[in-house]
Design a protein around this ligand. Structure first.
Ligand code: FSX
Ligand code: SF4
Ligand code: F3S
Length: 375
């Protein structure tokens, strides 16, 4: 439980540190059309997302205001950059986006102005200056084949693998942002020619995984906010995902759940059933097997999420989902559950013979039975 006194102390300490922002967050928000009331409302919803009572909103607001004090180094390995892009390229910035911009991103491969040698210099300086104090956020998988030669970065052609290990060594906390850095993602899909892996596999430090392809702005900013508030990493599940965000299944709070329970399914896109908003299970929705909070938090300031937009969940926050959840527009029940993570338990379950209700339970049991990959 959040000890408000301790958090306030921590915020005061952070406030004393030099920030990078040229103006207070309140001004930035105001310039973008957000009132103090909007900000407090945001803080209230963030509190709920983090599993705290809404009365903690003022503390969360204060923590956001000092988020330019905590240095963050943001690396890009093998991926599409969609995780950063999804946060940054919104038509009109959300409060999450503005706070992301406000965070002390000492080094970020994509959005920094510097390039080439200058960028490398900035990176080396940041790692040295903030030794032991920075949060390392990593987007993208680490290709490991041929000593990592499939991914080289910068003028000295340092491998991503090497750069990652160097950055991780002196990081205070490591957050894997996205399915790629968490579990390998698309480049780790069969046959995985570059030997791409989730970064936890090549590091000997705790990594918090924030998967999703991309993860929601809420889960990215929420995890960073958690570290600012508590000064430590959040509690995690078997796959090192923060429980506050990945503790429930998509299916649990889906707005189409009533239709699932009533046996009302879409069987063709564009049909009357689709227009009625019936359940997408038969169109391949993997919501019953996927742990994430999309159905509760949605994306882009709570406006929509995949199922609301009319396509089933493809399970993008689950390990190896490109292989284990495919084909995306067919129910898993029609296939053997073949995960490349050697999910022998799930194979033995023989999902094909189960009923829809049984599938949800069996697949959940199988997924839950997978041990933390590090163990
Ligand atoms: Fe992966 Fe993120 Fe998917 Fe893309 O960086 S999680 S491919 S949205 O960009 O890593
Ligand atoms: Fe929602 Fe998918 Fe579950 Fe249907 S199967 S209720 S669409 S999460
Ligand atoms: Fe991904 Fe499913 Fe959410 S596809 S974005 S976990 S609804």
């Amino acid at each position: 439980m959040l000890d408000v006194k301790k958090v306030k102390q921590r915020i005061e300490e952070l406030r004393k540190l030099p920030g990078i922002a040229s103006k207070p967050l309140s001004e930035v928000l105001e310039e973008n059309g957000f009132t103090r009331r909007d900000f407090l409302k945001w803080a209230g919803t963030m509190a709920v997302a983090l599993g705290l009572p809404a009365s903690f909103a003022p503390v969360i607001a204060e923590a956001a205001e000092v988020s330019d004090r905590l240095p963050v180094i943001w690396l890009h390995l093998a991926e599409c950059t969609g995780c950063s892009e999804s946060l940054l390229r919104t038509a009109s910035p959300t409060i999450d986006t503005l706070i992301f911009n406000y965070i002390n991103l000492e080094y970020h491969d994509t959005i920094m102005a510097a390039a080439g040698w200058q960028a490398e210099e900035n990176y080396e300086e940041a790692v040295k200056k903030y030794k032991g104090r920075y949060i390392l956020c990593v987007e993208g998988a680490a290709p490991t084949k041929d000593n990592g030669d499939f991914l080289t970065i910068g003028p000295e052609a340092e491998t991503g693998l090497h750069k990652l290990k160097r950055a991780a060594k002196d990081a205070a906390a490591i957050i894997a942002v996205g399915a790629c850095s968490s579990f390998g993602g698309i480049q780790a899909a069969y046959p995985n020619p570059t030997g791409a892996v989730g970064i936890y596999k090549v590091l000997d430090k705790m990594v918090v995984n924030v998967p999703g392809c991309p993860p929601s702005d809420r889960n990215i900013v929420g995890t960073i906010m958690y570290v600012i508030l508590y000064g430590q990493l959040p509690a995690v599940d078997n796959f090192n995902r923060p429980k506050f965000a990945y503790g429930m299944r998509i299916h649990d709070l889906c707005e189409r759940r009533g239709h699932f329970d009533a046996g009302e399914f879409v069987e063709e896109f564009g049909s009357q059933e689709a227009m009625n908003g019936f359940c997408l299970y038969k169109m391949g929705c993997k919501g019953p097997y996927t742990f994430n909070n999309c159905s509760r938090e949605r994306f882009n300031q709570h406006t929509s999420w995949p199922v609301q937009a009319g396509h089933g969940c493809i399970g993008c926050s689950e390990p190896d989902f490109w292989d284990s959840m495919a084909p995306y527009e067919e129910p898993l029940a029609n296939h053997k559950f073949e995960s490349v993570s050697a999910d022998a338990t799930a194979d033995k379950v023989g999902i094909t013979i189960l009923t829809i209700a049984g599938v949800a339970i069996a697949a959940h049991a199988a997924i839950s039975a997978i041990k933390n990959p590090k163990e």
